[in-house]
Design a protein around this ligand. Structure first.
Ligand SMILES: [Cu+2]
Length: 157
């Protein structure tokens, strides 16, 4: 019974969160409608770096649908090798990175790719990435297939 109580409270909490989000766009019902049932990638950016060096691409996967998905990988002409990485604390304030094969995206959830977390690692750049440039990175999802994102080259979000 306790579990059900907790679930119930969680649902109320989620409803409150959704309610708050909708209040941020007052009087704009069209915009609220548009946000529902959408699967999108937002705020994509890439750190500047010189040719032959490494860089990383960050973004948010916003899944406002009831269907989960899984990020299977990424591809881009920008670098010789493109991998999904996760930064983790390897102890004693040392940060490490590991290659992750898949990133689950639950229904009605947002997965952030950000510094110190998940990122698309661009290893061995084929060209200089300068602030102000816009570049393409393709994300491969299990259910939705390939999604091309346009990422701005800049120093931080
Ligand atoms: Cu990395």
């Amino acid at each position: 019974m306790k579990k059900f109580g907790l679930l119930f409270i969680s649902l109320i909490f989620v409803n409150l969160l959704i309610g708050c989000n909708q209040e941020k766009v007052p009087g704009n019902k069209a915009k609220v409608k548009k946000l529902k049932n959408t699967f999108s990638i937002s705020g994509a950016w890439i750190r500047p770096a010189a040719k032959n060096m490494n860089s990383a691409c960050y973004f948010e996967v916003v899944n406002n649908t009831s269907k989960p998905d899984t990020l299977l990988g990424a591809e881009s002409d920008l670098a010789k090798t493109v991998q999904i990485h996760e930064t983790f604390n390897s102890g004693k304030d040392m940060m490490g990175m590991k290659h992750v094969k898949v990133v689950p995206v639950k229904a009605n959830s947002t997965v952030q790719f950000k510094p110190s977390g998940y990122h698309v690692m661009l290893i061995g750049l084929n060209e200089d990435l300068k602030p102000g440039d816009t570049e393409r990175v393709t994300l491969k999802f299990k259910n939705r297939g390939k999604v091309v994102i346009i990422a701005k080259v800049k120093n931080n979000r």
